[in-house]
Design a protein around this ligand. Structure first.
Ligand code: UT7
Length: 330
């Protein structure tokens, strides 16, 4: 039952200091700056320091987000961390983050939906707020994928980077212009094997054989995923717009998952949205999975591009396979 509306109060982000450029990658695997730029749009990405894990990146993004809001740390009453590269198999990165933030007395859990993790987590937080169960949720998308890529596989190692993005999602007060207008989550487990980290769970526990076979690293059939990505991000964006009686013309900003500029351009083209309304920062960070969308929004807000009252469409696609979209007036 919907008693209240939810809104984005604020965003924050954090990217580690170390930069890995396409030229650096040319020295590591059989690739070229030209191939990476033209096939993906990526120029550089960030790599976590040896002593940085997911909760460390998440902590900085969370503090930035809370400090950018009027919400006090102690008013946060739900923590959701979207990640597939958390500190440990368990406990959850959300619980580690809760401790680091000095918070107690609220649920904290991780959510694994690959690159769609942030969209899923926002939708879950939105529903907690709409029912009145919580008033202020902290939602973080964080990945340290540099720890799970095969640095000898040029098909994947050039694509991913490390970062965190966070949002404070709050109950919208009467008279608030900001609110989350709609959301859509979807999944199709039938194609899950095209994008996975096979070992380390109960199906293939860690062993010398799984290490030798590189099964603890990301496996992706890029071409197949590419086609699914364009199709499903468009389908969910279109369905969400239609259910809100809006078209691409009504949107101020599209903030798509940053996996490939060719995917982003194909999506914008299908949606008939000009590229100057699409936030793209893939050239600086590569694909940071669940962190791409909050990182891109936070940068765009701080650059005064996205302003209060603007209509934003967030859309993503990832492992599972999963996809989804959020429509919100900021
Ligand atoms: O975030 C979660 C969802 N992920 C995505 O949405 C990623 C979706 N996929 C993609 O973005 C693209 O499929 C890739 C960027 C991963 C690959 O681009 P592509 O245009 O689909 O290339 P391809 O996989 O069809 O490979 C084309 C060629 C191959 O060579 P041959 O077999 O034609 O001789 C690859 O071996 O490009 C080669 N290749 C590379 N060459 C230089 C693959 N990776 C590299 C590389 N440098 N890093």
């Amino acid at each position: 039952m919907t008693l209240y509306k939810a809104k984005f109060s604020s965003f924050g982000s954090y990217a580690p200091a170390k930069v890995l450029t396409n030229q650096d990658l040319e020295r590591m695997v059989d690739t070229t700056d030209e191939w990476i730029r033209t096939r993906t749009g990526m120029v550089e990405r960030r790599i976590a320091a040896d002593d940085e894990a997911a909760s460390d990146l998440a902590y900085h993004a969370a503090v930035n987000a809370i400090e950018a809001s009027t919400v006090k740390f102690k008013e946060i009453d739900l923590i959701i961390v979207a990640t597939i590269s958390g500190d440990h198999a368990f406990p959850s990165t959300a619980c580690i983050l809760q401790k680091r933030l000095g918070l107690k007395g609220m649920p904290a859990f991780d959510l694994a939906a690959g690159c769609t993790g942030f969209i899923y987590a926002v939708d879950v937080a939105k529903q907690f707020i709409e029912t009145g169960a919580v008033k202020h949720a902290l939602v973080v998308g964080v990945e340290v994928l540099s720890r799970v890529v095969n640095w000898e596989d040029r098909n994947t190692c050039v694509l991913f980077g490390d970062a965190a993005g966070a949002a404070v999602i709050s109950r919208a007060e009467p008279g608030d212009i900001s609110h989350i207008m709609g959301s859509l989550m979807d999944a199709d487990g039938a194609h899950g094997e095209h994008l996975m980290q096979a070992a380390g769970g109960s199906r293939l526990p860690a062993s010398q054989a799984t290490i030798d076979a590189n099964q603890h690293t990301i496996y992706m059939e890029g071409n197949r995923i590419f086609k699914h990505a364009v199709r499903s991000m468009y389908a969910s964006s279109d369905a969400l717009l239609k259910s809100s009686n809006l078209t691409g013309l009504d949107i101020d900003w599209v903030i798509p998952h940053q996996a490939n500029t060719r995917i982003i351009e194909a999506l914008a083209n299908r949606m008939k949205v000009p590229m100057d309304k699409v936030i793209v920062n893939i050239q600086k960070y590569g694909n940071t999975s669940s962190a791409t969308i909050p990182l891109a929004i936070d940068e765009a807000i701080r650059a005064n591009m996205i302003r209060r009252g603007d209509i934003m469409l967030l859309t993503s696609f990832g492992a599972g396979l999963t996809w989804g979209s959020i429509l919100a007036r900021y």
